[in-house]
Design a protein around this ligand. Structure first.
Ligand SMILES: [Zn+2]
Ligand SMILES: [Zn+2]
Length: 177
């Protein structure tokens, strides 16, 4: 049942800024799985994170959920969405068992991953950092959200949208490396 709900959340979503959309997904899952009781973190995409898809840290000002722009560029929302749910479980464990270090192999953690339909470990290959391939800018199509890694600044329209619907959507800058 969660599966259908999740799909719907993504489909009805109209955010085009990835950070807004990530925030929106967090809110939806917070309601669906946690009765809105999880504290809302700051969510940000990092262009430096390449070892993992996401992380959660606790600062004086609150939690920070960091998502890897590299993973997102390579694998898109399917992976980023699962990463958000995974990090939310870390957040829940932090809040519920503040004196314990609940790790990935903990039964409670594994169980919640099952319930929330996300993986305990990243199941896709680690992407090569863009630096090695010379990518400097990543653009996003505001309509279909396809990401375009580029070595130079560009102005242009999403070729995929033109091909599929004939609509011209100008790509906007998502990340600078
Ligand atoms: Zn984790
Ligand atoms: Zn497009």
């Amino acid at each position: 049942m969660a599966q259908t709900l999740l799909k719907r959340f993504v489909d009805i979503d109209e955010h085009t800024d990835p950070t807004d959309k990530a925030m929106h997904l967090f809110d939806q899952y917070n309601e669906l799985y946690f009765q809105n009781e999880l504290p809302v973190p700051t969510i940000r995409f990092s262009n430096k994170m390449s070892a993992c898809g996401g992380s959660l840290s606790k600062r004086k000002t609150g939690y920070v959920l960091t998502l890897s722009a590299l993973y997102h560029t390579k694998y898109g929302w399917e992976i980023t969405d699962g990463t958000i749910r995974h990090e939310m479980i870390h957040l829940y464990m932090f809040e519920t068992y503040p004196d314990q270090k609940v790790r990935h192999d903990d039964k409670r953690f594994v169980q919640m991953c099952k319930q929330m339909d996300c993986s305990v470990k990243m199941e896709v290959e680690r992407p090569t950092p863009y630096k090695k391939r010379g990518t400097k800018y990543v653009y996003i199509c505001p309509k279909c959200e396809i990401l375009f890694p580029r070595k130079k600044k560009v102005r242009g329209y999403c070729a995929s949208c033109i091909k599929k619907t004939g609509e011209k959507h100008q790509v906007t800058l998502f990340m600078v490396y």
